[in-house]
Write a protein that binds this ligand. Structure first.
Ligand code: HAS
Ligand code: CU1
Length: 560
């Protein structure tokens, strides 16, 4: 009842349900648009990097002192600002829709926006004034200005406030619905953030206990190796914090958008719980080549990494089943006819279908990375950016753009402007990305290092990377064109489009095997969280205990 009482004065958009309070919608909108600004600027830096590959150096023309300044901007704006802000915005909305009630705290919703903005301003200021050329992994002993680390603190804080708000909303919902299964959309939204709450502890300790005091001169030196352990404690599961909002859409929204059904409520819960418990105890797969860490524990993390691939395999089959049911309901016949029958004229669905297709390759290259012995060949080569542009750069980013094609009309009350442009945008992104990834992956396999201004490298002529670099550059230009189209559509929708004739609804799938067939055990979230903590302790306890005492010998270094 309280939710109904609280809806007085609500802004009536979407399905016309007054669960979306105007004062809660503005921080949701604000974070979405802030994230998109990050996407625009960060993406633009990508163009400079791609062109650098063929010897076109545009950095001075953009008042950037070095390739590394641009690359830091690229990584931080895209991997932290865009992803976090989009996630906070989208999963706050799905929390409201899932629980069919407003968020428990408007204060926390506003807090999430303001901390996100503060973090962005601090980190962007540090990078733009060339005080932070440490890339998005900010490995010590590379040192940035304290403003950069403070910015990171605020960005993470913003995600924690969002999570706290979700948990309070879940508690309020439980009081109102004793004994009922948690609504699936609410469940996946909350579990995504629970996973991240645990995962982010590593980087929180790293920044607050070590890097921030070090950058302020309170600590004179740090232990770079130990810092890497803390970084990768968060650094692997962060990729699932980026990915799971896309999975929320693939599981719960795309089936509705293609006219199909989600296969199983219980299986969906199970997949998200597997991510909760298995995402964190895997970080050493980023450190296979690091000295000073026990091989046995690297091998343990190898196995957990392969375990966390499993929920993505389930996802591939489940989502495919939903797509097939949609394609057949739309008249698709035969073995593959259902694929043609999918709504390829709908830019929102098409963008996400293409994101899934590219993710098949992104996932496969992840399995290559994860294989200990093969990793020794590809580690620190251009193969790795090849991998992660097909995952975060496409599965996540292109899905987010696809979501925006209904979300922005939903939030702004205006029709999507330029549907054909949006459709072209989706295809260009996927095609550009495949060309780009082909360049990076082939280059990486023939030894091209990552994070290097290759166009300027003295040894460039000793290698046969010319085709790889050209493909990277061409792919980058095609993606930039796609990015430009995306923002043309967004701006067209916000400023030049008609008000919606009919309200847009948040697409929500029907489920073949519903909540009644799921297990109540899945809803005991504190139990699952404890299991996740337990596994993280088992996977990291021996690594950390065996490592101590710290070897804090490294003074700060600023190279660029
Ligand atoms: Fe990764 C490095 C292993 C997934 C991102 N990864 C990175 C880095 C980033 C990143 C940013 O083990 C670089 C970090 C740095 O700066 O150093 N990754 C994996 C594995 C997976 C994986 C095993 N990565 C991701 C995701 C990311 C991401 C997701 C972002 C969102 N990654 C590694 C390793 C490294 C690494 C090593 C370190 C490398 C090194 O040496 O430095 C798995 O989770 C992947 C599982 C995914 C699948 C794909 C399932 C497919 C689906 C689509 C189905 C398609 C359908 C379409 C339904 C198995 C779900 C049908 C459509 C029709 C139209 C019919
Ligand atoms: Cu990883």
């Amino acid at each position: 009842m309280s939710s109904i009482a609280r809806t007085a004065g609500a802004e009536r958009i979407g399905a016309g349900e007054a669960i979306y309070l105007a004062e809660q919608l503005w921080p949701i909108r604000g974070q979405l648009y802030l994230g998109l600004i990050g996407l625009a600027l960060g993406g633009y830096m990508g163009l400079l990097q791609a062109l650098e590959r063929i010897g076109v150096n545009l950095y001075p023309a953009h008042f950037l002192k070095s390739y590394y300044q641009g690359l830091t901007l690229h990584g931080v704006l895209l991997a932290f600002l865009f992803t976090f802000a989009f996630s906070n915005s989208f999963l706050s909305l799905t929390t409201i829709r899932g629980f069919q009630r407003p968020l428990a705290s408007t204060w926390l919703a506003h807090g999430a926006f303001w901390t996100m903005l503060t973090g962005t301003v601090l980190a962007a200021f540090a990078i733009l004034t060339n005080q932070a050329t440490v890339l998005f992994t900010f490995y010590a002993p590379l040192k940035a200005s304290s403003l950069f680390y403070l910015g990171a603190v605020f960005l993470v804080l913003s995600t924690w406030l969002t999570s706290a708000n979700q948990l309070l909303t879940l508690r309020a919902w439980r009081r109102e619905h004793p004994g009922e299964p948690i609504p699936l959309l609410g469940f996946v939204s909350v579990v995504t953030y629970l996973m991240w709450d645990l995962a982010s502890v590593g980087v929180a300790i790293l920044v607050v206990v070590f890097l921030l005091p070090w950058s302020l001169g309170i600590l004179s030196s740090v232990d770079p190796q130990f810092d890497r352990v803390l970084f990768w404690f968060t650094g692997h599961p962060i990729v699932y914090f980026w990915l799971l909002p896309a999975y929320v859409s693939w599981y719960l929204m795309i089936p509705a958008q293609v006219g199909g059904r989600l296969f199983s409520d219980g299986l969906t819960r199970f997949v998200f719980l597997l991510f909760l418990i298995l995402s964190t105890p895997t970080g050493l797969h980023h450190q296979y080549t690091d000295p000073g860490l026990p091989t046995v524990m690297k091998t343990v993390h190898l196995f957990t990494t392969f375990a966390v691939v499993y929920p993505s395999f389930i996802t591939a089959f489940t989502v495919m089943a939903a797509l097939e049911s949609g394609g057949r309901a739309r008249g698709g016949r035969g073995l593959l006819g259902w694929i043609r029958a999918l709504p390829w004229k709908d830019p929102s669905a098409t963008a996400q279908l293409l994101a899934m297709l590219v993710f098949t390759l992104g996932g496969a290259t992840g399995i290559v990375n994860a294989s200990y012995s093969v990793n020794l060949v590809v580690h620190n080569t251009a193969f790795v950016p090849g991998h992660f542009h097909m995952t975060v750069g496409t599965a996540v980013a292109l899905t987010a753009m696809g979501i925006c094609y209904w979300l922005i009309p939903f939030l702004s009350g205006r029709e999507l402007w330029g549907r054909r442009l949006a459709l072209a945008q989706a295809w260009l992104w996927a095609i550009g990305m495949l060309i780009f990834a082909r360049g990076q992956i082939a280059g990486g396999l023939s030894g091209m290092p990552r994070r290097t201004a290759i166009g300027d490298a003295a040894y460039l002529n000793l290698f046969h990377w010319s085709l790889d670099n050209w493909l990277t550059a061409i792919g980058g230009v095609v993606m930039t064109t796609s990015g430009l189209l995306f923002f043309v559509v967004v701006i067209g929708t916000l400023f030049f489009s008609r008000p919606l004739a009919r309200p847009v609804e948040i697409p929500l799938a029907e489920v073949t095997h519903g909540a009644r067939e799921s297990w109540p055990l899945f809803d005991r979230l504190s139990l699952w969280f404890l299991i996740a903590v337990g596994l993280a302790v088992v996977a990291y306890g021996p690594v950390i205990l065996g490592y101590l005492p710290l070897n804090s010998v490294s003074p700060p270094i600023k190279v660029y």
